[in-house]
Ligand binder design. Structure first.
Ligand SMILES: Nc1nc2c(ncn2[C@@H]2O[C@H](COP(=O)(O)OP(=O)(O)OP(=O)(O)O)[C@@H](O)[C@H]2O)c(=O)[nH]1
Length: 556
């Protein structure tokens, strides 16, 4: 068949006009330095080509998007059947994509595209020269995105890590130790009720106007909206007023996939022009991470713990006080099997020197494209949370009630931050399954497959409780022991700030599965309403039961 099929006339080819149009638009994007947009244009054109060429016998059983992700392998197969005109078009597409990638700072990946172009046009001397130049810049250690211009941009660090791993603890250390530096914070919390603002170190040099809370959805699903708006706002009120920031720190939710957050720094024009991703800092809970990594996820759902480690530039292997040296070594080996290059530090209470964390210029687009996520520069089509049966409905306006939602058993309402008036944001969530990773062991599955959509585990929801009353200490103790013993295995995280009768400080409560701590902390401010706020995050939560049990603690 293939011999007979090899004639150029039999080959389905895209009309050259559509490739020409894509090339024109991509070159315009290149001239305007809209590199990410340009990459998307070329990607779409290449995808169309792949679809048209899919009928070739050599393409049987080939993974979709190979034309984008592994161009040389793809071309080696189809080359003998490509007519000369088609070779020229594809070469131009790869060449312009390479130029766009250089603009994004991904020179190694650009070299791959230029090699592909050379496979198609081996006699093109200017192409060869261009490839040699890119190779030379790679060998010379080309600077990250933007080269020298990057130094004028505000460095941004992303703190990620699974629920309860120690992210807020780390942020507090940074805030304590960064006196004199102008740092802004973007705080994103998973759950119906925000608690972290109360846990942030108020004695730090960060002024309130430079703390932005994003509690109305998981940051990885609202990057195109809230995160960019937050970054713009920070820029306007600092650099825009002649008071530039020394850095921005984004604390993601414990259930965030860091990929779309990182992608923002390449996809948005304003962000790309003014900010540079300094590094992804991942905090790992040495006691619970193995559970998280090995957890069986529903078909298509992302394992966030794996992604968080895979994308890390620095890893704090935290809570080492809770495990044996042997267990720490096992966890470290597991981390290494997911991420071969990130520097790892063993910590307790997220204590680490600042040089390890900030100003590290560690994020490399090339590293992400090569090692972790070959689809990183492919824009997500849609993503969201699998809200068991309510998949089309994540963008709903579920008007901001801070109180419990007892009696409401709509699983969509229990999900990612859907209780804060979500209607103003892009509707972002139908839960189409992403491509299944090659290996079934979640920790070892390549965390890059199906970059185009990510879906969270629909079983994981949050329940928030706010009461304008005090609780009774003995009843609270019974509630906590019931919670830990009966719900602990499914309860990833619970936290709260509580007014306990007779106690003048706020009672701060933290639990990660069965690991619990609670203590009186800061005093209630004068005039501050003594109230109770709690949030529970876990699998298969029973909202009515949690409300009922908690209400038994209230001072009647
Ligand atoms: N034993 C022990 N506890 C720790 C350590 N680091 C943090 N913790 C505690 O773990 C709990 C969770 O810490 P956080 O810093 O709030 O964790 P987080 O990652 O911000 O949590 P989420 O934002 O809810 O995902 C708190 O009670 C911390 O005091 C550690 O190294 N050892």
């Amino acid at each position: 068949m293939s011999a007979g099929y090899g004639g150029a006339a039999a080959l389905p080819v895209a009309p050259s006009s559509s490739v020409a149009a894509a090339l024109k638009s991509a070159r315009a994007a290149l001239a305007e330095q809209k590199y990410f947009d340009g990459v998307q244009l070329v990607n779409s054109a290449l995808e169309s080509e792949e679809e048209l060429l899919a009928g070739l016998p050599v393409n049987a059983d080939v993974e979709k998007l190979e034309i984008l992700r592994s161009p040389e392998a793809y071309l080696q197969r189809v080359l003998p059947q490509l007519p000369q005109a088609k070779r020229g078009e594809l070469a131009q597409l790869y060449r312009v994509r390479a130029e766009l990638l250089v603009g994004l700072g991904a020179s190694k990946r650009a070299a791959v595209d230029l090699s592909a172009a050379l496979l198609l046009q081996p006699e093109d001397a200017s192409l060869l020269k261009q490839k040699q130049q890119v190779d030379a810049s790679v060998a010379g250690g080309a600077a990250a995105a933007g080269g020298a211009a990057a130094s004028a941009k505000t460095p941004v660090s992303i703190i990620t890590g699974f629920l309860g791993s120690g992210k807020t603890t780390l942020l507090n250390h940074i805030l304590e130790k960064q006196h004199g530096k102008r740092i802004a914070i973007i705080e994103n919390e998973f759950g119906e009720v925000g608690i972290d603002d109360a846990l942030l170190n108020t004695k730090s040099s960060v002024t309130e106007e430079n703390i932005i809370e994003m509690n109305n959805g998981c940051i990885c699903c609202t990057v195109r909206g809230d995160l960019i708006a937050g970054l713009k706002k920070l820029h306007k009120q600092t650099t825009g007023k002649g008071k530039p920031l020394d850095g921005i720190i984004i604390e993601t939710t414990g259930l965030a996939d860091p990929a779309p957050v990182a992608q923002t720094f390449f996809a948005d024009e304003f962000v790309q022009a003014n900010m540079v991703l300094d590094g992804i800092l991942t905090v790992v809970d040495a006691k619970h991470i193995m559970l998280n990594l090995r957890e069986e996820k529903p078909e298509g759902a992302v394992n966030e713990a794996v992604e968080q480690i895979a994308f890390a530039d620095r890893i704090l292997l935290n809570k080492t006080d809770l495990v044996t040296p042997q267990e720490v070594a096992e966890v470290e080996a597991e981390i290494r099997s997911i991420n071969t290059t990130a520097q790892i530090r063993r910590t307790t209470n997220s204590e680490v020197d600042m040089d390890f964390l900030l100003g590290i210029q560690a994020f490399s687009l090339d590293k992400i494209l090569q090692q972790v996520n070959s689809g990183f520069l492919e824009e997500e089509e849609a993503h969201g949370h699998g809200h068991g049966g309510h998949e089309e409905d994540h963008g709903h306006a579920h008007g901001g009630h801070g109180d419990d939602c007892s009696g409401c058993d709509d699983p969509a309402h229990g999900g990612h931050g859907s209780h804060e008036g979500h209607g103003g944001h892009e509707a972002h969530g139908h839960a189409e399954a992403c491509d299944k990773a090659a290996c079934d062991h979640p920790a070892h599955s390549e965390p890059n497959k199906g970059r185009r959509k990510h879906v969270h585990d629909y079983r994981v929801t949050s329940v928030g409780i706010i009461r304008d009353q005090e609780v009774q200490q003995d009843k609270l103790d019974s509630f906590i022991s019931w919670l830990i013993q009966k719900k602990g295995p499914d309860l990833y995280r619970s936290k709260g700030v509580l007014a306990v009768k007779g106690v003048k400080e706020k009672f701060i409560f933290h639990a990660v599965h069965m690991q619990f701590s609670g203590k009186p902390q800061d005093l209630w401010n004068e005039g501050e309403k003594r109230c109770c706020k709690m949030v529970f995050i876990g699998k298969n939560l029973d909202r009515a039961e949690l409300n009922e049990k908690f209400d038994e603690c209230l001072v009647k």
